[in-house]
Design a protein around this ligand. Structure first.
Ligand SMILES: C[S@@+](CC[C@H](N)C(=O)[O-])C[C@H]1O[C@@H](n2cnc3c(N)ncnc32)[C@H](O)[C@@H]1O
Length: 320
């Protein structure tokens, strides 16, 4: 176990999902010093570990932080890295005319730092928070990231979010998120896989709403991201998502963690048909991986890993 641990489960995610993903990406992309956009938190535990491993350098790290005190801690923890102070969702997704003048300047600075080889958005909040129009502004954020990345450069995208709504739990909320999936998925695909999955989720009672929501997010987030990436990138889940129960103070929260690889297309494959086939192939592959979602929990110094087949196991929410 490394010296960088805080929560055992989180450290497991860092060392397995993130580090393994980064090592394999660096191994076959020819990138040595990745340009890295992240939300490191006050101790920058993971970024320090990457630097110590020789897999990142401070001058190529761009750290975004909403909280001023934490931003000052990051200056101390990662001297020399670039710090973007502000709400990354507003800065990446906010239409310019809705931002204050200082935010507009920060946005320009952030945009000038694109493209990145690794983007690691490690949120504490929910996966797809809704705005007043019942749309998720997070989707706009993902869209903007994809727009800003160069079509000729592959990249990794890690996303950690709450697998439950932030405030209160509404049936309506789950329905809206589910509609994000249904709206986007072609008929044959919807019938074959999504309907089965959805019937199962619908059959869960009110008491299991948290579980229902997290299960919907497990499907909806990768599907939306895979769809947004095409046709510019070929997007795949690197591995099965991870889930664990995070503890802050006395509160427990279900977290879900995804790792995506965005691959580029050679020029000659710009024809839409091939890319469309890839989109469905990658969605099918993502669904297989989602059904093998890995639950991480620790007992003293030992990790216990559970692999969950979501088709048959509806208990993993309760087991935590
Ligand atoms: C989960 S912690 C980061 C943990 C860190 N990556 C690690 O491995 O330990 C999330 C950090 O991002 C900040 N944060 C949360 N939402 C944000 C947002 N929308 N924009 C910018 N920073 C945000 C939080 O204040 C916190 O410092």
């Amino acid at each position: 176990m490394s010296a960088f641990k805080d929560s055992q489960e989180k450290q497991y995610v860092r060392e397995n999902l993130w580090i393994n993903g980064i090592l394999s990406f660096l191994g076959n992309s020819g990138v040595n010093q990745p340009r890295y956009l992240c939300m490191p938190g006050s101790r920058a535990i993971f970024e320090k570990q990457l630097i110590e491993m020789g897999k990142a350098s401070r001058d190529n790290i761009v750290a975004c932080e909403i909280d001023n005190t934490i931003a000052s801690d990051i200056v101390v923890a990662l001297p020399g890295c670039k710090i973007i102070r502000g709400n990354i969702d507003r800065l990446l997704g906010g239409p310019k005319d809705r931002l204050s003048s200082p935010e507009q300047r920060t946005q320009e600075k952030l945009f000038s730092l694109f493209p990145f080889d690794i983007i690691n958005l490690d949120y504490e909040g929910e996966a797809m928070p809704l705005d007043h129009n019942n749309l998720s502004y997070r989707i706009r954020v993902w869209q903007k990231i994809i727009e800003r990345q160069y079509p000729t450069r592959p990249f990794l995208f890690f996303l950690n979010t709450l697998g439950q709504p932030n405030r209160g739990l509404k049936e309506e909320h789950s329905r809206i998120i589910r509609d994000y999936i249904i709206k986007d998925i072609a008929d044959h695909f919807k019938k074959k896989i999504i309907n089965d999955m959805w019937k199962k989720v619908e059959s869960l009672g009110g008491k299991q709403l948290s579980y229902k929501y997290s299960r919907i997010c497990l499907y909806a987030v990768p599907m939306k991201i895979i769809f947004l990436g095409f046709p510019k990138f070929k997007v795949s889940l690197l591995t099965a998502p991870y889930t664990y129960v995070g503890r802050t103070g006395g509160n427990k929260s279900r977290m879900i963690c995804f790792a995506f690889r965005f691959d580029t297309y050679p020029e000659e494959l710009s024809a839409g048909v091939k890319r469309d086939k890839d989109k469905y192939a990658n969605l099918e592959q993502a669904i297989d991986l989602i059904e093998k979602t890995v639950e991480v929990y620790s007992e003293e110094d030992d990790y216990i890993l559970g692999k969950y087949n979501l088709k048959t196991n509806s208990n993993w929410w309760e087991t935590s």
